[in-house]
Every structure is written in C-alpha cells, then in structure tokens.
Write a protein that binds this ligand. Structure first.
Ligand code: NAP
Length: 688
C-alpha cells in the first residue's frame, strides 16, 4: 500500500566509493505500524566481487596506515556526531514498529557501544599498528632465539550480515571492533529495516572521517557476495539459525577456511530461585523482567526470555502476576506516548510468530493472550503488524520439545516448572546453547549451583536480586565490555567482550627469531636486544627516547638496619623480616629477608633521576615478581630499559613502559617488573 502523502524512499547501496540504487523496481518495505510502503530496496546489479576488491585494495591499506588509537579516535568523532543526529534516527525508527523506548538500545545503545570501543581501545591497547600478546618466550639457552605472538589486521573485508531487529546497534557493535582492528567493513543489513541502517551509514560517510573504502553498505539481498570471499575475509552473521547454518556451509566459506561468527536465535531461559517466592523482592523483579523482555521490541530480541522456569510451588503465582502485568501493557502506534509496546517489524514476521505459537501450543496451553486478537490504544490491527503478548504453560517440560526448540520471535514465552535445582539446570540446557540466562535468587547456594551448571551452555548469565535491582542492566542487554554470543544453537559465536572483539579481526602469528630482529617487528624491547646507555633515559622526552634506552645502576647493599628501619617506618613487621628463627622455619628462607617492597623502593632510588624533567609520573607497575630472597649484606643493582613507547594522540605526553630487572651480587634476578610512566613528548613541556 502506498498512501498519497508518502513517497517511498529508494534505498541505495554504497559500494566502490559511490551510492548506487539497485536496478529494477525494488522490493517494497512496509512501515510496520501502518502497512504503508516506506522504502524500496534492491541490490540487483551491484558488483559484489568488485565491492570486496575495493575494500581489500583501497579500504584495508588506508586503515592499516593508521595506528589503533588513530582509528579509535575516528570512531569517537563519528560517535559524537551521530549522537547529535539521533533525533533523525529515532524518527526513522518509528517505521520499524519500535517505540522510542524500544529504539533507545538500538540507536543510543549502538552509538554508546561505538564510543565505548573507541575509548577502551585507547585505554587498553597500545598506540601501535602491531599488537603483541603474552610474554616473550625464551627458546634457547643462550637467549639468541626467542618467540612472541603478534596480532596484525586481517587483509580482507569484514562482511557483517545483520538481523532486522537492531538495524543500528547490530551494525555499530560489529564495525567498531573491525575498524579499530584495521579491517574495512561491508555491512549487509536485513532488508526489512535497512532504511534505518542506510540513513545512519549515509550520515557517517558524509562526515568524511573514515578513509575511503573503510565502510561499504549493501541494501538488498546478498546476491553472490559469499562466492567471492577469501581466507583473509571475515564473515559475521546475525540472524536465524537456519540461514546461519546455510551460510556457514557455503562452499567458498568452507573451502577458504573463512572465519565465520554466527549469532543465531536462542531459547533463553530465566529461572526463579526456590527461595524467591511471592512477597520477596526477587519474585517481583523476576515478574517485571519477564514482562519487560516479552514486550520490549515486541519480543523481537535475540536475548528475550522465551522460557520462564519456576519452582512448581510458585507456578500459579507467577502466571497470575505475569498475566496482570501483561494485561496492563498498552499496545499501539510507536509514536503514541501511551503505548508501551509497538508493532512487530512486519506483517510477515507476525504471521510467522503465530505459526510458531501454534507449534508450541501442541505441547503447551495458552494462559494469556490470543495470537489472533489484539486490543490497541492506537493504530489499526488490520494494517499494522500488531499482536498481543502470549504466555503459554507447559506441564511436562522435561519431555516437551517445541517449547525448548521453537523460537517464536515475538512477545511470546512459555512457563515451565522444575522440582529441584538440577532439574532447573537440565531444563535450561534443553535450549541446546543460549545467548543468556538469568537467575533470580538471593540464596548463595542456589546461585552457585545454578550458575556453574548453566555456564557452559551460555554466553552470559545474569543474576538478579534485591541488591542490584536499581543498577542492573537487565537480562536482555548485551554490553560492549562483556562477551555476547553463546554455544550450540546460539551459533557458537562470540562478539564484543571488549578488546577480545577487536582481536577477532586480527591474525595471531608466532614470530621466532633473535631479540634484536624480533624487536624491530614489534617495536618493543626484548631482553637480549640492543640497548643504548648514553644520557639517563629519564632526561629524554618522547622526541628523543628510543626503545632500548637503558640505565644500569650502581650497587646498593641491603643492611639489617635498612630492613628494621623499613619495618618500623611502614609497620610491616612480618616475622620473616624480624625473627631469625621463625624465618628459618619457613620453607622459603634461610634467615631474615628484606621486604619485597623495600627492594622495589631501593630500586626506584637507584634508577631515578630526581630533577624535574620529561618523566611526569609513575602510574604503577605490572607483573611484579620477587624471585630470589634478599638477605642482609646482599647487594642490589638495577637494569632499567625502555620497553615500549605509546605517544597519546591528543595529549602532550605518552605512556612509557620500562623493563626493570633487579639483580643481586651473584647476578640472580631478585625482582622483575614493568615500571609504567607518563613522559612528556617534548621537554620543556609544550602545549601541542
Ligand atoms: P534471517 O532471516 O536469518 O536474516 C539474517 C540476515 O541474513 C539478513 O540480513 C538476511 O538478508 C541475510 N540473509 C538471508 N539469506 C541470505 C543468503 N542466502 N545469503 C546472505 N545473506 C542472507 O534473520 P532475521 O529474520 O533478519 O532476524 C531474526 C533472527 O535473528 C531471529 O531468529 C533472532 O533470534 C536472530 N537474532 C540473533 C541475534 C544475536 O545476536 N544472536 C541478534 C538479533 C537477531 P535479507 O533480510 O535481505 O534476507
């Protein structure tokens, strides 16, 4: 249907550096709430092979010319501008059937995820083009042959195929880690809601912040896209398990060992603990959460609660409380402020949900709602994709199949009962792997038994109770710092999870060689590599400081008076420092020993250059280990070497990591650690 006052927008793909409408008339995409044609979509005539080549040959090299922090700063700039434009996105989102509350996690949550990645990358990753992982592994006795894992960006394209329910978040949560990793993206949103993704991509590209070729968009079907993937490309898929399995086994994906992540549907469970009966805060929280998960985005969330597991004795109370809440959830037009639930994404989707309910209802009875009837506060149920929430009850959950396996992707959930904790876990596992489960309990024994039982079948488990009720982010929200994904039926994928998500788009390579040459690859000093001992390195600003700059200090003897003074001064009179007999009785010591922190303090006293200078602050140490006891009369010496230099992009300083090794008179290493400092880019300090 096309009404007289509305012109359907013709969507375009952005490939090979230009916006291109597909050929042909285009498939009409209806406004979910009115049924009016909102947009036309076609990818016919798009050169998919050319698009991938363009990404590999233009976008990839351009991104890889930048450091991780530079790429993260691009995303930060984009995220900030998108935030300013979000009203426009919210207006467009109404056509998807989502209310403004539903659109919040998609639009604001999506931009927030982009910004979180941009800031975490600058906090947690070095400002380099190559990442290292783990320690340098000694591979020879004489130290001339060592090994180190490095991570470099894959040199293909990250193809992100997304589901229709999160047109903005689904794109941003995937492109953020890929672009930070240095891999260009080709986004293929689900057709049904592609108009919103297209609008956001249009705005992003108009900002002219990303290098040419870094971001492409295909609106419409994927055509022969996957025929052209190579072993350097990465495919991330979000959608139904059926489509995912088909794409995962595509001959080019299998034949080229293409990295393929799948986030599929999932029959997520929420479990009410036996302790959380009516009258407890946990009972109320549970009922509220189930109702919210059933109705937000009209239940079209991959993380929504589909199975409601309750102790037998609380079944009636749960159904009664849930039904009361569901019946007071007004359903209507997405822009009607009185509506709490909008429409499903399309009439076809709604019809699909009705069919799935019919399958589940063969093993369960409907206890709330009628799939074919809905009362609206606004809108027309004969035109828009509206439906009532539907709650089912399954009496024989241990034997039933459909309630554990059939995903009705709408406002639908099934209540099932359990007899004991083991059975609750067994029922949850009948989902064959889920994105998330939640457990509502205030009992430590219940939570320990349940969460450990559930964990291997889930990507995330949320514990709900009275203490976190106000601050909890809830069952249904994947969060940028935590992994999103689940085993088995849920697709076996893992997305986000902070910087793990970035590393997914990089290749881990073990590099072996001599320290000097390995250091040239990683940009980090490797023990045994070349060093320079001219000016004290604390006198050098970043402009002069080089990896390998070193100071080897004079020796300092540790006396009994030093140890006793330190003990009295700090209050650390632990017996191993103070009592010879007690120290000797300890399996590690031959006599009284110096405090480890005294050693670290003496080390600082030995290596420091005290005058005001480019070293601005010491912000900590990493990996501190005391390796050999220090006895009275031992003599300590420090070797401090500049290990890694990370200039900050928008600051007058950068971080410098120093390898600090403290040895005794026998050359035994007594302490080893990294000293972390902030160092000025130039000295005297200049505002840049
Ligand atoms: P879908 O029908 O499986 O489609 C997902 C995506 O795959 C769409 O972009 C679709 O494009 C594309 N696609 C379909 N056939 C293809 C082919 N032969 N080659 C390449 N691409 C192809 O899923 P949906 O209906 O959009 O989304 C609903 C499902 O997604 C639900 O089952 C839900 O549980 C799941 N989901 C999972 C997550 C998660 O994170 N785990 C998140 C959201 C949704 P077209 O639209 O153009 O056909």
């Amino acid at each position: 249907m096309l009404d007289s006052g509305h012109t359907a927008r013709r969507l375009e793909s952005y490939v090979q550096g230009r916006w291109q409408p597909g050929t042909g008339e285009g498939k009409p995409l209806a406004n979910a709430a009115t049924g009016v044609t909102h947009a036309l979509i076609s990818s016919e005539g798009i050169d998919f092979a050319g698009a991938l080549d363009w990404g590999r040959e233009v976008g990839g090299p351009a991104l890889r010319r930048h450091t991780i922090h530079e790429r993260a700063l691009m995303l930060r700039a984009i995220g900030k501008k998108l935030m300013e434009m979000k009203d426009e996105f919210h207006a467009e989102s109404l056509a998807t059937g989502a209310t403004p509350q539903d659109a919040w996690p998609d639009i604001d949550g999506g931009i927030g995820t982009l910004l979180t990645f941009a800031s975490k990358a600058r906090r947690e990753l070095p400002n380099t083009k190559v990442l290292t992982e783990g320690a340098v592994e000694p591979l020879s006795r004489d130290g001339t042959f060592v090994g180190q894992h490095i991570l470099t960006p894959m040199q293909g394209v990250a193809i992100h195929i997304n589901a229709y329910n999160f047109p903005v978040w689904g794109m941003l949560e995937k492109i953020a880690p890929s672009l930070i990793a240095g891999v260009p993206c080709l986004v293929k949103p689900a057709s049904q809601t592609a108009y919103l993704t297209e609008l956001v991509v249009r705005r992003m590209l108009a900002m002219d912040i990303l290098p040419v070729g870094a971001l492409q968009l295909v609106c419409g079907s994927a055509g022969d896209l996957l025929d052209h993937v190579t072993g350097q490309d990465i495919v991330t898929f979000t959608g139904s398990a059926a489509t995912g399995q088909k794409l995962r086994t595509h001959p080019a994906v299998v034949g080229n060992s293409v990295r393929f992540t799948m986030e599929a549907d999932s029959l997520n469970a929420s479990i009410l603990g036996p302790d959380a009966g009516p009258g407890t805060p946990e009972f109320d929280l549970f009922v509220r959460e189930v109702q919210r998960e059933m109705t937000s985005k009209a239940g079209q969330k991959c993380t929504a609660i589909r199975r409601v597991l309750v102790p037998k004795q609380h079944e009636e109370a749960v159904i009664e409380a849930l039904s009361a809440r569901l019946s007071s959830t007004p359903i209507g037009m997405p822009d009607d402020a009185s509506a709490r639930m909008g429409a499903l994404a399309s009439v076809d989707e709604r019809d699909g949900v009705r069919e799935k309910i019919a399958v589940i209802a063969q093993e369960a009875e409907i206890v709330f709602g009628n799939p074919n009837q809905v009362t609206l506060v606004s809108g027309d149920s004969s035109k828009g994709a509206f439906m009532s929430p539907v709650l089912l009850r399954c009496d024989d959950a241990m034997r039933a199949i459909a309630p554990h396996e059939v995903e009705a992707f709408g406002p639908v959930a099934t209540v099932m009962t359990y007899d004991d904790l083991d059975q609750a876990v067994t029922l949850a596992k009948k989902g064959k792997g889920s994105l998330v489960s939640s457990v509502f309990t205030d009992d430590t024994d219940v939570v320990a038994a349940m969460v450990v039982g559930l964990a291997s079948f889930h990507g995330r488990v949320m514990i709900g109770n009275r203490d976190s009720a106000k601050s909890s982010t809830g069952h249904g929200s994947p969060l940028a710092p935590l992994v999103h994904g689940g085993p088995g039926r849920a697709g076996g994928g893992e997305e986000m999870g902070g910087m793990r998500g970035v590393k997914h788009f990089m290749q881990r390579t073990a590099v072996q060689g001599t320290p000097r040459l390995l250091s040239a690859v990683t940009g980090q000093w490797v023990p045994g590599g070349p060093s320079r001992t001219d000016v004290h390195p604390f006198r050098k600003a970043l402009a002069e400081l080089r990896v390998g700059d070193q100071i080897v200090t004079e020796a300092r003897e540790v006396t009994r008076e030093d140890v006793e003074h330190f003990a009295e001064f700090t209050g650390d009179t632990f017996y191993a420092h103070m009592d010879s007999d007690a120290a000797k009785a300890n399996p590690f010591f031959e006599d009284r020993v110096a405090h480890g922190y005294l050693i670290a303090s003496f080390a600082a006293g030995l290596f420091v250059q005290p005058d005001p200078g480019p070293v601005l602050a010491n912000y900590g140490v990493d990996n501190l280990r005391f390796l050999t006891p220090v006895y009275f009369g031992d003599s300590l010496r420090v070797r401090l070497t500049c290990k890694e230099i990370n200039p900050r992009e928008n600051a007058v300083y950068g971080e410098v990591r120093w390898d600090c090794q403290v040895t005794n008179q026998k050359n035994d290493v007594v302490a080893q650690y990294d000293v972390l400092t902030m160092v000025a880019k130039t000295w005297p300090l200049e505002e840049t």
